[in-house]
Design a protein around this ligand. Sequence first.
Ligand SMILES: Nc1nc2c(ncn2[C@@H]2O[C@H](COP(=O)(O)OP(=O)(O)OP(=O)(O)O)[C@@H](O)[C@H]2O)c(=O)[nH]1
Ligand SMILES: [Mg+2]
Length: 345
Amino acid sequence: MFVDECVIKVQAGDGGRGCVSFRREKYEPWGGPNGGDGGKGGDVILLGDDDTNNLVDYKYKPHWKGERGEHGLGKDCHGREGKPAILRMPLGTVVIDEATEKVVAEVIEDGQQIVLCKGGNGGWGNTHFKTSTNRAPKRANAGQDGELGSFRLVLKSIADVGLVGFPNAGKSSLTTAITKARPKTAAYPFTTLHPQIGVIEYPDPMNFDRLLLADVPGLIEGASENRGLGHRFLRHIERCALLMFLVDMAGVDGRDPRDDYTVLLKELKLYDPALLKKPRIVVANKMDLPEAAAHLTKFKRRHKVDVVPISCLDGKGLEKLKLELRKRVRGRSTATKKAKASAAS
Ligand SMILES: Nc1nc2c(ncn2[C@@H]2O[C@H](COP(=O)(O)OP(=O)(O)OP(=O)(O)O)[C@@H](O)[C@H]2O)c(=O)[nH]1
Ligand SMILES: [Mg+2]
């Protein structure tokens, strides 16, 4: 089961109580205060984890608590700190506070730690309240309460290239052909029911590189009115640097490939117009079928865009496409870096 949105309720541990105690020993009538402090409560910590790509654990276990700090003891013994609650999050998780509707954290890197709720500090033991005029204080602090809250987790996958296309266009076939991911492929629509990330490797020994490719479920006209699987999964391409529009140029399902492209642009715009501002590459798939060449000529005439022709079946054009993807993604990031550097200087 794939879950990319859920609500969790978390509470950090309360601090332990400080202790009121006095040193009592034989021949030591005025031993003085020796109450230890309470321990700090355990935090609630989010930990970026590259090995998970799903929030399903949090759907079934939505309540998380940090441990309470132990109370202070006599003989100046401080209470132990409470253990933190560590929540492993898939990379790309956005955390929204339900009370304020504000984004409070974003988990981006493997191993990144974010304290979502802080544990309460432990209370002071009576040693802290000793003064020259009050040498036997009978006062100690209670521990502070740990922070608590209700948070919505929304997973927006992190990838360099996001696939956009109608069902059956061959998105999963392409992912299988150029990455080691193995999404299910079949000749019926909506084979892919949730996003999958594949890694495209460039095994050039001098210049090893890799790009992440997001295969998402197909879009159909009316996705904005929740037809098909709706727009739900488009959030997984929001962060991509490049959008790859994959069009079935043979029109196997009886649609005109020219209309497919128009509909895809329209549906993306209805979801979020900012997606159309992203760089995009148009790829024509199924060029091994005889009808495809004629469709491609008509397509270019109407849409006036550069199209990369490929066939996932016989592998034609795939190497060229991989290089083109690297050029566009890396070229873009170097261009952005150069722009930032010139702005800074
Ligand atoms: N002839 C031909 N068939 C292809 C090619 N690429 C994919 N197909 C076929 O197209 C069908 C759909 O492929 P998928 O990869 O499952 O398509 P998809 O876009 O992932 O579809 P959904 O997951 O349903 O959105 C399969 O039967 C593939 O064998 C190609 O280049 N040529
Ligand atoms: Mg698929």
